[in-house]
Every structure is written in structure tokens, then in C-alpha cells.
Design a protein around this ligand. Sequence first.
Ligand code: PEP
Length: 253
Amino acid sequence: MRRKIVAGNWKMNLSFQEAEELINDLIDVLEEESPEAEVIICPPFPFMELATDYMEEGLFKVGAQNISPFDAGAYTGEVSASMLKSMDLTHCIIGHSERRKYFNEDDKMLTAKVNQAMAHKLIPIFCVGESLPEREAGKHLEVVRRQVRHGLFHLDTDEFAKVVIAYEPVWAIGTGMTATPEQAKDMHAYIRTLITERYGNEVAQATMILYGGSCNSENATEIFAQEGVDGGLIGGASLKVDEFISICKQASV
Ligand code: PEP
């Protein structure tokens, strides 16, 4: 079985001091526990350097929660892929449902962000997932198909091979309502079918597809045991060291 990925999305939480404490605590535990899983943490931009300062120790990689669709210049308030790359970040979450919802990020903008990530050698963690009404209407496959195709399928094979996908049913994010293991497994299999159709089976099998949505220390083992689930994108639980480390360990077996 290949090495899983556990990525922590801190969202817009914590003060500088709290972030420093969380990183220090994480380092202490990771040094002792050294889980097999690849650990990525995605702090808010102002706290990024707290994390990148410790990256060389190899305990975790650091990702951004967002990037600008633009390259550089007069875009007040934006943070570019090249800035993040110059700080040695490796990953970038793109298309999170909170950005799609609260910042109106549509397929066109997400394509531009993916292109920025590619141009500056950041690995996109590209999020897809349906809302509850969409699932209840039986439209979940159609929605995810559109998101995957529009966001990623313009990439050539070499570029696509670098992408990580996160299946995050919107109704499961921050709600405590996790997808059933079956639902996660089925959607991961479906995404792999789409990738096979576009890029072939070898690329599809090699693509890392994470599950995200109320994943915690109680349910991680069962979710990660599902065929085709290559790890997790963790929101709320990534802010608690014990929870996050427990999830990382459960991704290591
Ligand atoms: C997320 O923000 O990507 C996420 C999965 O959040 P939570 O784990 O809190 O549901």
C-alpha cells in the first residue's frame, strides 16, 4: 500500500501565539511519533513562516489554503503562487468549497489558479464535492464530474500527474456528518474512472485522492481503509494536536 497523505487545513483560525504553540506542539509529537503518512499543514498566510522555518526538519510539508489566479502586479490583497514557492511551500489547496461559496470562485477562476500553481511548481490539492441538495437529487456524480473536468482536465498528462484531488462533500465539511465509508469509496472510484477516461489507467491509479469532511480520530481508520482513499484533508481536527496526530497515525497503517 502506498504512503497516504494527511493535510491539515487550519482555515481562518488562531492568533499568532496560538499558531506558534500549535506548530511547536506538533513538532514535539511528530519527532517522537514519526507517522508514515506524508503530513502537510496549511496555516493562514500570516503564520506561514512559523511553519516553513521548521520544514527542513522534514516532519511536515507546508501548503497554502489559497493562491491568486494572477501572476504578479497590481492585485491588492492577493498572494501569488510565486511568492509561496519562494518560501518553499510545496502544496496549495484550490477550489475548497468555502472559497467557491463565499468568494464566488467559479470553474474559470479555479482553472487560472491551477495554472498558476503549475507554473510555479506548487502541487494543487484540488477540492471537489457536492452539496446536500445535489446529493439528495442524485446529482453528486454529475457535479463532481463537472468540477474535475473543468478544473483539471485541461492539464497535460505530466502536469495532471502532480495533482492531488480531495473529495469533500460540502454537507460533511465542519458539520460532523461524515460521508459513509461506502459513499467515500464510491466517489473515489468514480473520480478514478474519469481520470482513466482522460489520462489512462496508469495515471488514474497513481493519482492521490484524499477524503475530507468531518474526518476525526474516531472515524479516520474506517475511512482510510476504503479502497482508493489515499488519505485525508482535515479541517477542524487539524487544530488539535492530539486529534491530528491520531489521524496521521491512523493513515500510517
Ligand atoms: C476542510 O476544511 O477541508 C474540512 C474537511 O473541514 P472539516 O474537517 O472541519 O470538516
